[in-house]
Design a protein around this ligand. Structure first.
Ligand code: NDP
Ligand code: MG
Length: 393
């Protein structure tokens, strides 16, 4: 029996994790679940899984939830705020932490889990993008086990010999990208894209932020940085291929000409299940892949069309890791502004690029430095592009 905390339990990854746990109640004991503002969903999850703790954003929500749970005779204790997220991530009783909060808001709790030496199932890619060197150092120093949940990185992890990256053997680490919903649209037609159109991903059902990121290819750009840190792979060995079917989740090309790939239906339950049960494999409830009903095609990623890729390959080439904090923070604020219909779709990428050109900081040595640079970038963008009333915190 393993004891687990799920950070971001009410999100797309969190809910899929709980589906697998519901089918394997003899193997997992749910210690804690977290939500931000989704009261109804976390109430339902607390009823179903009866964790020791639940964390929600504010005191008002926590009081209301505590009252509701108590009146149903449940003993779950409700906590609130960012500090409580850190507590449920590093508690002694916890073996496994699913880090599935979206955005920089997930950094401190996933970092706390790593520092406590937990088995950390990392969906929150933004942690690695913003703080990769500090995060990976903490994994090593504290004997944590870091398992990638992101489907591409989970695939690469499976394709590596002994799940380890051996620089001499590997020619290329190839991340696949579906190309998103606008792959075949003329750039001039993208001006009027609405939030709902951007969130309508052809193959994957995900939260709204990552769906917009997939459409702009910022998601793949973040994933390039994520792979760089996770596998300690040099930037010249990283490649992105457009693969519209999302069947090959990524691959590794070896020095002898072999390509090892991981294939499957586009369903996050496969990588989530793989990381939950690692090092074993167990059945999860996914629709099996019908290879005869699909074709597999690949195209080179166009760096002129997908500016975000150009930006991150360039910052990694220069080893200018502070720029990845700026890139990530800028994207989060601008996606939020786009979803709130404060800016147009094409302004997401244009303003990220402008911010990278105009904003400079010296290097970040600690998590506190990363958080400060992230905050300064958010403040800069809100002023520079007059986004003062955007909700993002
Ligand atoms: P969702 O938007 O569906 O869920 C986000 C979760 O984080 C929710 O539980 C939400 O709570 C919580 N949350 C949001 N803001 C805060 C905050 N400020 N503080 C604390 N908790 C917060 O996102 P996804 O599940 O799609 O993605 C989660 C992470 O996994 C992201 O980093 C994403 O990039 C990554 N990922 C997702 C994939 C997918 O298929 N969805 C695939 C690969 C990676 P509430 O519901 O109450 O708002
Ligand atoms: Mg991915």
């Amino acid at each position: 029996m393993k004891t687990i905390s799920i950070l971001g339990a009410t999100g797309s990854i969190g809910q899929n994790t709980l589906k697998i746990i519901a089918d394997n109640q003899d193997k997992f004991n749910v210690y804690a679940l977290s939500a931000h503002h989704n009261y109804d969903k976390i109430l339902e999850q607390a009823r179903n899984f009866q964790p020791k703790y639940v964390v929600i954003a504010t005191k008002a929500l926590a009081d209301k939830l505590q009252h509701a749970l108590k009146s149903e005779g449940l003993e779950t204790i409700v906590l609130f705020g960012a500090k409580a997220l850190i507590e449920i991530a590093r508690a002694d009783e916890v073996d496994i932490v699913m880090a599935a909060i979206v955005g920089m808001a997930g950094l401190e709790s996933s970092y706390a889990a790593v520092c406590a030496g937990k088995k950390v199932l990392l969906a929150n890619k933004e942690s690695l993008v913003a703080a990769g060197n500090i995060f990976m150092k903490a994994v090593k120093e504290n004997g944590a086990t870091l398992l990638p949940v992101d489907s591409e990185h989970n695939a690469i992890f499976q394709c590596l010999t002994d799940n380890q990256y051996h620089a001499k053997e590997v020619d290329k680490v190839i991340l696949t990208a579906s190309g998103g919903p606008f792959r075949n649209k003329a750039l001039s037609d993208l001006e009027s894209i609405t939030p709902d159109e951007a969130c309508n991903h052809p193959n994957w059902k995900m939260g709204r932020k990552i769906s917009v990121d997939s459409s702009t290819m910022v998601n793949k750009a973040l994933e390039v940085i994520e792979a760089y840190w996770l596998f300690n792979v040099s930037v010249d060995k990283l490649e992105v291929l457009i693969h519209p079917q999302s069947i090959v989740h990524s691959m590794v090309k070896y020095c002898d000409g072999s390509y090892i790939a991981q294939l499957g239906s586009p369903d996050m339950k496969t990588p989530i299940g793989y990381s939950l049960f690692f090092p074993e494999r167990q059945a999860v409830n996914v629709t099996p892949l019908d290879l005869c009903a699909t074709s597999l095609t690949f195209e080179k990623a166009d760096f002129i069309r997908f500016r975000a890729l150009e930006m991150v390959f360039s910052l990694l080439g220069e080893k200018d890791y502070v720029k990845s904090i700026i890139f990530n923070a800028a994207n989060e604020v601008l996606v939020e502004a786009f979803l709130a219909e404060k800016i147009q779709y094409l302004q997401i990428i244009a303003y990220i690029e402008q911010t990278l050109a105009e904003l400079h900081f010296s290097s970040a040595k600690t998590i506190e430095d990363v958080i400060e640079i992230d905050q300064k970038t958010r403040d800069f963008i809100k002023q520079r592009f007059l986004l003062d009333d955007v909700m993002y915190t």
